[in-house]
Write a protein that binds this ligand. Structure first.
Ligand SMILES: *Cc1c(COP(=O)(O)O)cnc(C)c1O
Length: 395
């Protein structure tokens, strides 16, 4: 490496984004509902919603109005000052969550929500061991990365947090064994997202809850991806499980950077003053978007619609040829199509035909459409996918 010149040469157009991703080759300009428009004016049906973020679709009028109004009034104010829109967000979110969860900490991303969860687990229990799951994904800041299991994400940055062990997902016996000794917390996704939409057996989450309670370990549910998406507010609601600590992110402000860590009174009471902080977190602008979003997400009619669209999608996908499709998994509008072949070429072909879908692992096509997608549009996109998958099976 050559030493930088002591006299700086400024600019020159050399700055560019670090290449951290395999790009998509189209440039997005606008969107409405479940439609995205690229720089050439071409329209796409969006079953990605920015990795599950745009739950109410793109540029939802109520969210846009809330953002615009707040932007003109006061976009930013540190949390040391009160804010009526922050109060409104807290009230709206609280109305949707189990009553046991009484304290909320604002952050800016899902990863940070897990950072706060780790801190809370340590101070509330006085313990440091944490159990996470094989194939679990919890983000890529160093603490969250310690919980994430994929070697490709972890290994370049080792050593990570000490005391974290990973056990097989959907395996209560393995968890019970790992819980011997003093464990601060068990961190689990109610449905694993990045891992390829893995749905555990019915009773698993309840079993995890019971094992945690028996061992004096806290249960942390990472619902950053599953929140509002599975046909109920929380995916854990299906199993009537209440965690000690809950992480939410992605969709809660329909695309503005907002995430929260929510916990019980007892856990929250253990956090010291100054135990966490963030310059931008809980700003009036994101809270306005969050309050508008959560207000709409709380409508039971939307959850019912998610269940209906999800059931329709699962029914259509169930008839795909077993020669190429290993399994279709999911709940609500979080669906994985596990193939016997790499998913990449099929995802690229779908994009060429005007349908955006997501990968998860090497062989899974993941669908995380906006929750408001209408059934005709969803069916059109699924027909296109089916044609591509059947074509690949015939090839
Ligand atoms: C996306 C995701 C995260 C990380 O959220 P970021 O906002 O990308 O930091 C954490 N957990 C789960 C389950 C996720 O899907």
């Amino acid at each position: 490496m050559t030493a930088a010149s002591t006299i700086p040469t400024v600019g020159g157009g050399a700055l560019r984004p670090m290449s951290l991703l395999a790009g998509r080759s189209i440039s997005l300009v606008s969107g409405h509902g479940s439609t995205l428009v690229d720089a050439t004016g071409r329209e796409y049906i969006d079953l990605v919603s920015n990795y599950g973020v745009n739950v109410l679709g793109h540029a939802h009028p109520a969210v846009t109005a809330a953002i615009t109004e707040q932007a003109a009034l006061l976009p930013s104010a540190h949390q040391s000052f009160g804010s009526p829109v922050r109060d409104a967000f807290v009230a709206a979110l609280g109305a949707t969550l189990p009553r046991e969860l009484t304290q909320v900490c604002f952050v800016n991303s899902g990863s940070e929500a897990l950072e706060v969860a780790i801190k809370l687990a340590r101070v509330a229990t006085g313990r440091t061991r944490i159990i996470a799951m094989h194939r679990g994904y919890h983000g890529r800041t160093l603490g969250a990365l310690s919980l994430t299991s994929a070697a490709a994400y972890r290994d370049p940055f080792a050593p990570l947090l000490p005391g974290v062990v990973h056990v097989p997902y959907d395996d209560l016996a393995a968890l019970e064994e790992a819980l011997e000794g003093r464990v601060a917390a068990v961190v689990v996704e109610p449905i694993q997202g990045e891992a390829g939409v893995r749905v555990p057996h019915h009773g698993y989450l309840r079993g995890v809850r019971e094992l945690c309670s028996a061992a004096g370990a806290l249960l942390v549910t990472d619902e950053v991806q599953t929140g509002f998406r599975t046909g109920s507010v929380l995916a854990a609601d299906h199993d009537r499980v209440v965690p000690d600590i809950l992480c939410l992110g992605k969709g809660i402000a329909n695309g503005l950077p907002m995430a929260v860590t929510v916990c019980t009174e007892a856990v929250g009471a253990s956090m010291p003053r100054g135990g966490h902080g963030s310059t931008f977190a809980g700003s009036p602008l994101v809270c306005a978007a969050g309050a508008a979003t959560v207000g709409l997400l709380a409508d039971p009619a939307l959850s019912a619609r998610v269940r209906a669209s999800g059931a329709m999608a699962m029914e259509r996908l169930a008839v795909l040829p077993g020669a190429i499709v290993r399994e279709v998994r999911g709940r609500g509008l979080m669906i994985g199509i596990d193939l016997r072949t790499p998913a990449g070429p099929l995802i690229a072909e779908a994009q060429r035909r005007g349908v955006l879908v997501l990968g998860a692992g090497r062989t899974v096509i993941r669908l995380l459409p906006p929750l408001v997608i209408d059934e005709v549009t969803l069916a059109t996109a699924l027909d296109c996918l089916a044609e591509i998958i059947e074509g690949a099976a015939a090839a």
